[in-house]
Design a protein around this ligand. Structure first.
Ligand SMILES: NC(=O)c1ccc[n+]([C@@H]2O[C@H](COP(=O)([O-])OP(=O)(O)OC[C@H]3O[C@@H](n4cnc5c(N)ncnc54)[C@H](O)[C@@H]3O)[C@@H](O)[C@H]2O)c1
Length: 401
């Protein structure tokens, strides 16, 4: 298959590009380095530096991997994107190219505006590039489980049947996101649904939970091919943050009561899910929504796991609760269906003690590079900068372990 990976320099994009190429697909990876720029501006750089995209592609070939084509440019620039689609004629596109940090989107007006403009324009341009230049191209779009919020009823896979005054119909499952970033994903889904109905596009919207891990078959061949491992409060997901805190001797910081429950998955399972979606495409005129995670865990449960495994490795891990910088429920009902990808053949890698130990050992090798001031929350949902205040990087956390 000829596949374009948008956001191909990202945490998930680069491992996906390698995996698809290794499976024999022709891959074009596209990125404008927005994440690298934001990480620099907010002092949120990853644990170890990673080469830029052309260098990554060169190293992958040098390690015996197949060729990955690369293009550097902005998906919000329609002329650039349209030209890529016209030239490459993709049969599928994996759309990762968004600003994915909830805290960044809540820093203030400028960051919120960038997130809204970037994410919606990129999705809108993908739709039009497919419609105008690659009709029939299957769009695999990354959404998030965060679109659903934490409703007090079971979360279905994208759709819900509603009976009202004696009649029934099926609708998109209600959404109630907890950050502006997550809200852009809700809006993306609505845009896609409109164009699926109107122009018959074939779309898979993957509602993904937080991903953890950094080991993949292709990256393990050469450390320089590893994904970007963020452990900061802006780009780092909770598992990656806890691993680094355990290694750095900082108590694992649970936000509030720690009952916040979400569906998690290993990066190995993201790769499987995206491949399964690509190799079993949605039909023309179908918006297929799949919930992409393998197990539900609360923040407290993750902290307990990392503490137990860290202590077995002699790390002496403590856990402490801090004021929650977000606005979210800290104890709530959560039961989300996730059957579609299992039916397609997903073989889950749960968060076992061995998996946690493997990740801790990797982080331990880079212990000297950990910047302690990057981990504690620097962004509060209740303290967003107004449009009148000029942009400035967030203040480093004053408190530490
Ligand atoms: N990582 C997770 O836990 C997670 C969970 C749920 C959903 N997602 C979604 O998966 C996707 C990938 O996430 P990630 O963690 O790899 O994020 P990431 O920031 O590492 O990767 C996104 C990549 O897209 C690029 N990009 C952004 N806007 C662009 C534009 N306009 N033009 C070209 N490139 C652009 C960025 O530079 C970055 O390299 C995102 O859409 C994210 O919302 C991620």
């Amino acid at each position: 298959m000829r596949v374009i990976v948008l956001g191909g320099d990202g945490y998930l994009g680069w491992p996906t590009a390698m995996r698809l190429a290794a499976r024999g697909h022709d891959v074009l990876a596209v990125d404008n380095y927005l994440r690298r720029r934001i990480a620099r501006e907010t002092d949120s750089e990853p644990l170890f530096a990673t080469p830029e995209l052309p260098e990554r592609a060169r190293l992958f070939e040098e390690s015996g991997g197949p060729k990955v084509e690369v293009a550097i440019g902005d998906c919000c620039d329609f002329a650039f994107l349209a030209d890529l689609f016209r030239r490459f004629q993709p049969e599928a596109v994996v759309h990762y190219a968004e600003q994915p940090s909830a805290p960044y989107s809540m820093m203030g007006y400028e960051e919120a505006r960038l997130t809204l403009d970037n994410n919606l324009t990129a999705t809108f341009n993908v739709i039009w590039a497919v419609k105008d230049h690659a009709p029939g191209c299957h769009v695999v779009k990354l959404g998030t489980m965060g679109e659903y919020g934490t409703p007090n009823i079971d979360i279905e896979e994208g759709w819900i049947e509603i009976a009202h005054k004696g009649r029934k119909d099926t609708f998109l499952y209600p959404r109630a996101a907890g950050s502006l970033y997550h809200t852009t994903k809700v809006l993306d889904t609505d845009l896609l649904w409109f164009y699926v109905r109107t122009y018959g596009l074939a779309v898979t919207d993957l509602m993904q939970g937080p991903v953890y891990g950094l080991s993949t078959a292709e990256a393990d061949a050469d450390e320089r091919l590893l994904p970007n491992f963020h452990y900061d409060d802006i780009f780092g997901t909770v598992v990656n943050r806890f691993l680094v805190q355990a290694v750095a001797g900082i108590p694992l910081t649970v936000y509030g009561r720690g009952g916040q429950t979400r569906g998690y998955l290993n990066i190995l399972d993201t790769l499987q899910c995206v491949l399964l979606a690509l190799e079993n495409p949605a039909a023309a005129g179908e918006l297929r929504i799949l919930n992409q995670f393998v197990e539900q865990l609360s923040v407290n449960e993750i902290a307990e796991k990392v503490q137990r495994v860290g202590n077995a490795l002699g790390l002496g891990v403590a856990v402490r609760s801090i004021e929650n910088p977000r606005k979210e429920k800290e104890d709530h009902y959560y039961n989300a269906k996730h059957q579609g990808l299992l039916d397609l053949g997903l073989e889950p890698h749960p968060m076992t003690d061995d998996v946690i130990a493997g990740m801790l050992e990797r982080v331990l090798r880079h212990k000297g590079r950990i910047e302690r001031g990057r981990i504690l929350p620097r962004v509060k949902w209740s303290a967003a900068r107004s449009a009148a205040e000029p942009g400035r990087p967030p203040a480093p956390a004053g408190v530490d372990a």
